[in-house]
Design a protein around this ligand. Structure first.
Ligand code: COA
Length: 261
């Protein structure tokens, strides 16, 4: 599928940079943009040469300023439900991919933009970034997971504060409440994201996927069930060649070289 609103570049380290390219509308997520994201995420999930991804927005002003309000204003109730289901499915594909993802938040991340960032493994924000869930100001509620992921990330009280006020928070406040993992100067955002991923990707690939799966599974079930999942995944990790290589390398006092097997 050719992409009109996304730029995708894959570097030598296997990191895909996916840039939402609709700067005249502050990279707002129209139905077409979400369809392209779904297509790109499916392609990245299938492509074993791609090990991680960075999501960002074109321009210096916005990561994504939300779902497309022009389109939202026209939806029937049934279409709105479909709209939410499609976006949720797309973001969940990103979230459950066994490949780490970084939201490089280069400006406004509002509504669907923050929801997209929250579906990433981690979030790094430029100093100028602003983040919020302004849907209640438009007479709607978040439909791409905001009411679910925000309390999981920052806790119930802070999530409700953001969701009910609709007011954005600046990057420094987002860092303080744990909504983003780090704040860096705008010019360093991509290099910081790549450097972080570079460190992560030096670790055992299958173990990375299992950690992400265990955290995701555990957040949605009881502690007992989560622990059972962890034990089973631990068992799987112990059966990998990477486990043999990692433990042997430690004992031989050398750096491990993982094959992802
Ligand atoms: N959907 C559709 N178009 C959007 C948009 C969105 N979510 N956010 C911005 N745009 C468009 C504007 O309509 C404008 O288009 P135009 O030049 O054709 O009029 C263009 O992007 C630039 O935005 P503008 O509002 O002029 O920029 P600003 O710097 O004055 O304000 C924001 C920036 C982010 C504060 C403001 O655009 C805004 O509040 N956007 C909506 C945020 C929101 O409610 N998102 C949640 C949607 S569920």
């Amino acid at each position: 599928m050719p992409h009109s609103y996304l730029l995708v570049e894959v570097d030598d380290a296997g990191i895909a940079l996916v840039s939402i390219n609709r700067p005249d509308k502050l990279n707002a997520l129209s139905g077409a943009v979400v369809a392209e994201l779904e297509d790109v995420f499916a392609g990245i999930a299938r492509d074993s040469s791609i090990r991680a991804l960075i999501l960002t927005g074109v321009g210096e002003k916005a990561f994504v300023a939300g779902a497309d309000i022009q389109e939202l204003s026209q939806l029937t109730a049934f279409e709105a439900r479909q709209f939410a289901v499609r976006g949720q499915r797309t973001f969940r594909m990103l979230e459950t991919m066994p490949k780490p993802s970084v939201a490089a938040i280069n400006g406004y991340a509002l509504g669907g933009g923050l929801e997209l960032a929250m579906a990433c493994t981690v979030r790094f924000a430029a100093e100028s970034a602003k983040m919020g869930q302004p849907e209640v100001k438009l007479g709607i509620i978040p439909g791409y997971g905001g009411t679910q992921r925000l309390p999981r990330l920052v806790g119930r009280g802070r999530a409700l504060e953001l969701l009910l006020s609709g007011e954005p928070v600046p990057a420094a406040e987002a860092l303080r409440i744990g909504l983003v993992n780090a704040v860096v100067p705008q010019c360093d955002l991509l290099s910081h994201s790549r450097a972080w991923l570079g460190k992560i990707l030096a670790n055992a690939p299958l173990a990375l996927g299992l950690v992400m799966e265990a955290v995701d599974a555990g957040l949605n079930v009881s502690l007992e069930e989560g622990l059972r999942f962890e034990a089973a995944a631990f068992g799987v990790s112990a059966a990998t060649e990477d486990r043999r290589e990692g433990t042997r390398a430690f004992l031989e006092k050398r750096r491990a070289v993982f094959a992802g097997k």
